[in-house]
Ligand binder design. Structure first.
Ligand code: FAD
Length: 607
């Protein structure tokens, strides 16, 4: 077995940190029992370990190929996707109205983590399909929902997201693909999209492209972008795929990683196919509101990419841990009869603990956010729904930016634990490192997440969520101090966590005050520190979750119900506080010194 889903840690986070009971008690989820959640997680683990994980390496070695405008995916991907659809995995967290299973995001997110750990390249197809389903559920017409969503939920069709063009990457104001309205109400699209994930493939009968384009009289900039559905095959009245539409794969990109995921250049309106000139498209919602709609999909996808970071970190951690116990080098520090497993050396322990702490911390934060999402949609009280919505929206760029940046650190440490063998492809450690590199880039780079975080999530509400979170984190510090004072086996560890979390919260508050105070006249200084500020928020919020985990473990110890798992978790939480939380203070300093440094940042050599 190359990978085991971390079901025990997932269960712990869901129950002890993310309020699974509270979520299952919400209106709409009453039918879902604790046992059902366990059964879904078990079955998901079995499926991804057996059907998906073996595709990871083969997909890396034999990537997708493109010939005559059509893409052939890596061996085994097609069959696995059929099984994925038949297993109902695409529909897990989507509305029952369209054939989904209506489970909370709190259950969907771990299922998605596991499939991404098994094969990131494979999982991108369901990930983008999820986003299309979510966007159409929110803003599609009833007819569009009926036509496209059930087929995607069944895994017969898939979805893509078409934003990027050669001149329009982070800056979507520059989208130039044209859409011209026809007499029958449909549109004809022409233009080129690049970097389109699963833009073409052979895993499903049809592909539902969601495309950003401009109508001829649209205003300039982001206010003139509309959203269209462009199916690869037009859909017949009986719902079957019909005429071949005018959208073709011109080529696939050669990439650093995720070779199994076809990244396509797509041509719209090149005159091929069965429909004449121009790809046939259907407007979603109203003209010129496309970017607003696409944000629904992007928020879902950004959260999901954050989870991809956790997924790759988990897989790299498992492999490094196994290797560190097998590989024997050097004597133990205290002396030993012969070479010992490298897991015996303090620095290898530091690397493995860092990998574990970052992986488990970002997992806990992501599922805490998933719980907020479910409450934002299902809580009976309107004010509570609004409060959870703000919290979730605040956390999305943090989860995307923090978990993906840290997956680079974790997968790099994974290579380091392997020594020279880590640099050799056969071990697989190098693949995780290569695959992880895209995560802080697509679905908005870390800088774009930080712009969103500072501009929309912190400044817009005058720091309301920041203040509420700081108060909650301080309550946890007080609980830790009390638990430490009560004595017991881990009291020193709990006191350490209380100290470091208190310092981390202080750093977060100081940096937040700087951002709020200087947004008016020192905007450049604030944005010079926007990525460090986002990372600071991630370090402290994940550290808070690890601190809550330590409190839960201490309670188990007091009640005599602690297991080996709880002892391990306590160790990881203490390690997080000792070795990761101190980063918060350094990150805060880089934000605060922006007041002066901001004036110098533009002093760069000419290109
Ligand atoms: C493998 C892969 C798969 C992809 N899949 C899809 C897909 O399915 N659909 C799709 O539409 N796109 C997709 N993309 C495109 C991806 O979303 C973009 O590459 C990404 O958003 C960055 O845009 P860009 O490459 O044009 O970089 P640029 O926008 O040119 O950015 C270059 C650098 O400038 C920085 N920068 C740019 N603007 C700002 C700013 N305002 N503030 C601060 N810094 C800034 C960036 O952070 C980055 O460091 C994919 C890309 C890849 C490589």
């Amino acid at each position: 077995m190359t990978y085991r889903a971390p079901v025990q840690d997932i269960r712990f986070v869901l129950r002890e940190l993310a309020d699974l009971d509270g979520v299952l008690a919400l209106p709409g989820f009453e039918e879902i029992s604790d046992d059902l959640v366990d059964a879904v997680l078990e079955e998901n683990a079995r499926f991804v370990e057996q059907a998906i994980a073996p595709l990871n390496r083969s997909g890396d070695l034999s990537g997708a190929t493109c010939s005559d405008g059509e893409v052939t995916t890596s061996p085994g991907f097609r069959q696995a996707f059929i099984e994925f659809g038949q297993g109902g995995w695409q529909g897990l967290q989507h509305d029952q109205e369209w054939g989904g299973q209506g489970l909370p995001k709190l259950v969907g997110a771990p299922a998605s983590e596991n499939i991404n750990s098994a094969s990131l390249a494979f999982s991108l197809c369901p990930l983008l399909t999820d986003g299309v389903i979510e966007a159409l559920t929110a803003v599609g017409s009833h007819e569009q929902q009926l036509r496209y969503i059930p087929a995607m939920l069944e895994g017969r069709w898939t979805g893509t997201m078409n934003l990027t063009e050669p001149q329009a990457g982070s800056d979507l104001a520059q989208v130039a693909t044209r859409a011209v309205r026809q007499d029958d109400g449909s549109y004809r699209l022409a233009g080129q999209k690049i970097f389109i994930t699963y833009g073409d493939h052979d895993m499903a009968e049809n592909i539902v492209h969601l495309v950003l384009a401009r109508t001829p009289d649209a205003p300039k900039g982001v206010k003139g972008i509309s959203l269209f559905i462009v199916p690869k095959f037009l859909v017949n009245d009986d719902g079957s795929p019909g005429k071949r539409n005018d959208v073709w794969c011109a080529s696939l990109e050669h990439k650093l990683g995720i070779h199994g995921s076809p990244t396509a250049v797509l041509l719209y309106g090149s005159g091929k196919g069965d429909v004449g000139e121009g790809a046939v498209g259907y407007l979603v919602g109203e003209e010129n509101r496309g970017l607003e709609y696409m944000f629904i999909m992007m928020n879902a996808a950004r959260y999901a990419v954050g989870v991809q970071g956790i997924a790759l970190s988990e897989r790299a951690l498992q492999q490094a841990t196994a290797y560190a116990h097998e590989r024997k080098q050097g004597q133990a520090l205290e002396g030993s009869a012969g070479p010992v497993a490298i897991a015996n050396h303090p620095d290898v322990q530091r690397m493995l603990h860092t990998m574990r702490a970052l992986t488990e911390g970002s997992r806990a934060l992501a599922y805490f956010a998933a719980s907020a999402y479910d409450k934002s949609r299902h809580h009976p009280d309107e004010a509570e729904r609004a409060r959870y919505k703000s919290l979730y929206e605040y956390l999305v760029p943090v989860i995307k930016g923090f978990s993906t940046e840290l997956s680079l650190e974790v997968t790099s440490l994974g290579v380091q634990v392997h020594g020279g063998m880590g640099f050799i492809e056969e071990t697989g450690a190098a693949q995780y490192y290569r695959d992880a590199r895209i995560l802080p880039i697509y679905e908005g780079t870390t800088a774009i997440q930080a712009n969103d975080f500072v501009g929309r999530k912190v400044l817009r509400d005058g720091g309301a969520v920041v203040k509420a979170l700081a108060a909650e984190m301080r309550t946890t510090v007080a609980q830790l101090e009390k638990a430490a004072d009560a004595g017991g086996a881990d009291s020193q560890g709990l006191a350490l966590i209380a100290r470091r979390l208190a310092a981390g919260v202080q750093a977060y508050e100081n940096a937040s005050k700087f951002v709020l105070a200087n947004a008016g006249d020192k905007l450049r200084a604030v944005f010079l520190g926007s990525v460090p500020y986002l990372m600071l928020a991630g370090v402290v919020h994940a550290g808070w979750q690890m601190a809550r985990a330590a409190l839960a473990c201490a309670q188990h110890a007091n009640a005599g119900t602690a297991t080996g798992f709880h002892k391990q978790k306590m160790a990881t939480s203490i390690f997080y506080a000792a070795q990761i939380l101190p980063r918060a203070e350094a990150l805060a300093l880089t934000v605060l010194e922006g007041g002066v440094a901001g004036d110098y940042a533009a002093v760069l050599p000419e290109a």
